[in-house]
Design a binder for this molecule. Structure first.
Ligand code: ADP
Length: 459
């Protein structure tokens, strides 16, 4: 069946390669390009942050690249600062103003340019208000009569919660607040309003779409989500193999593919052990983590068993986040050669970790999709993961024919058992090489996944 050539406006607060703090940027960088590859007309909107000029963006905030048109919304006061959402002292105090400004500016720009999209694709709370403006301020505007909105929830734990007094700055009719569409335990909630006002809602894995309907994973929004159940979908994220492939990764010292992985990957392991001052040991199972250092990512259970894990493996952690976890990790590293730490956001080190590690640890308490297990597969690095959210959809234990080490119960004991399992299998190098080979052949490309989004736009 021919694919419908939709006209799509895609809005996101972070997009790789322009800016990135996490998986949202990876998705927002790759999906629009893949949609354009299927013949859709795609216009992407993001704030004009500090440093955007270096990507060749004109002073009008416009760039055309890879078949996609980018519009960077300018506001010196709101966006030309260090940090996207906050700094060391916490979230920026004016985030409600900043992102409601961005959201209304997107629609104003469409008006100015007379653009009438079939779909406005929103991502997370930062752009969720676009649906609300569209269904209130622009409800009778002929330009948007056929326009539908899709809101993708990348992580329900981040909702855009603000004091009620901020409402008056949003330029929305009072009914939005009075009818309860935005009210959340005495505050206002951007994501909740987006869930009410968007035509379609999806999240980034089938399993997380089910989980967020429950109290345990619903972050207080399970009621609203259940109300919209018939319009809720789960589409598994993919990864961009033009960024993430060891055969053409410019950040690696030793590139490799399926054919020479057994010779080249150990070289990358040595590079990594040197960077992190770990003992150069070929036979030690080297486990990598590239992650936000937060409770979500499983640091509570990891810290309880980390000394046991370091007796049987080496562990490298690259990340930024919670200072108390960082301090605890630093204390352990002072007395343990097998733990390597780097507390910063570093693309270069991230690529080297995916390539040089034998395993990749993702002990997340909850995980909407998780991209790092998908990246790891491509680099022949086997995930050790808690079976939750998208990790459950994508990581199958080696004992069940998969390429990972899975633990079902969120506990330090189960995590430790999964690591022990990996250590045991690693000793059988022939078997390990077979699993690595299989993992590297998995296909989680955007090309396929973009078609699922196109189908969703048609609903
Ligand atoms: P989340 O979006 O919850 O942080 P994901 O697994 O969806 O988690 O995506 C994380 C992305 O951010 C991956 O591309 C990962 O490699 C990257 N990343 C996370 N922390 C860092 C870091 N400190 N340095 C470089 N890249 C990082």
């Amino acid at each position: 069946m021919p694919v419908k050539k939709h006209s799509i406006v895609f809005c996101s607060s972070e997009i790789f390669p322009f800016v990135k703090t996490g998986g949202l940027a990876d998705v927002s960088g790759a999906l629009p390009v893949a949609l354009a590859g299927h013949g859709c007309s795609v216009k992407v909107f993001m704030p004009f942050y500090k440093g955007i000029e270096k990507f060749g963006v004109g002073s009008n905030g416009y760039l055309k690249k890879d078949g996609v048109e980018y519009f960077f919304i300018k506001n010196k006061e709101y966006f030309l600062r260090d940090g996207l959402y906050g700094n060391k002292s916490g979230d920026f105090k004016d985030n409600a103003e900043r992102f409601s400004y961005f959201s209304s500016k997107v629609l104003e720009t469409l008006k100015e340019k007379n653009i009438s999209p079939d779909i406005i694709h929103l991502n997370d709370w930062q752009t969720a208000l676009i649906s609300v403006y569209l269904k209130t301020k622009y409800i009778d505007d002929p330009l948007f009569l056929k326009t539908k909105t899709l809101l993708t929830i990348h992580n329900l734990a981040y909702q855009g919660l603000f004091e009620k007094k901020e409402f008056s700055k949003l330029g929305l009719p009072s009914e939005v607040l009075n009818k309860g569409y935005m009210e959340f335990y005495g505050k206002i909630n951007f994501l909740k309003a987006g869930i009410y006002y968007s035509n379609i809602i999806n999240t980034v894995s089938p399993n997380y779409a089910v989980q967020i309907q429950t109290k345990k994973y619903g972050c207080g929004l399970e009621g609203v989500i259940c109300e919209r159940k018939k319009d809720l979908y789960g589409i598994l994220n993919a990864i961009d193999y033009s960024v993430w492939a060891p055969s053409c990764d410019a950040l690696l010292d030793y590139k490799y593919d399926n054919k020479n992985v057994s010779a080249q990957k150990p070289q990358n392991k040595i590079v990594l052990q040197k960077i992190f001052n770990l003992p150069i040991k070929e036979d030690a199972l080297l486990i990598g983590m590239v992650t936000r250092i937060t409770e979500q990512k499983g640091f509570d259970i990891l810290l309880k068993k980390i000394n046991d894990i370091l007796k049987i493996s080496q562990l490298i952690i690259l990340g930024v986040g919670d200072e108390s976890y960082q301090k605890q990790l630093e204390l352990i590293a002072q007395n343990n050669d097998n733990l390597g730490l780097m507390f910063k956001f570093d693309e270069n080190a991230a690529h080297k970790i995916y390539a040089g590690s034998d395993c990749f640890l993702i002990p997340s308490r909850f995980e909407p999709c998780g991209l790092s297990q998908l990246i790891s597969y491509k680099y022949g690095t086997l995930p050790i993961a808690h079976a939750t959210g998208g990790l459950k959809d994508t990581v199958v234990d080696v004992s069940a024919g998969g390429c990972g080490f899975v633990f079902n119960e969120y506990s330090s004991k189960s995590l430790n058992e999964a690591v022990c399992h990996a250590v045991t299998v690693y000793k059988n190098r022939k078997k390990w090489a077979e699993i690595v080979n299989k993992a590297m052949r998995y296909d989680f490309s955007w090309d396929k996944t973009a078609l699922e989004y196109i189908k969703l736009y048609d609903t």
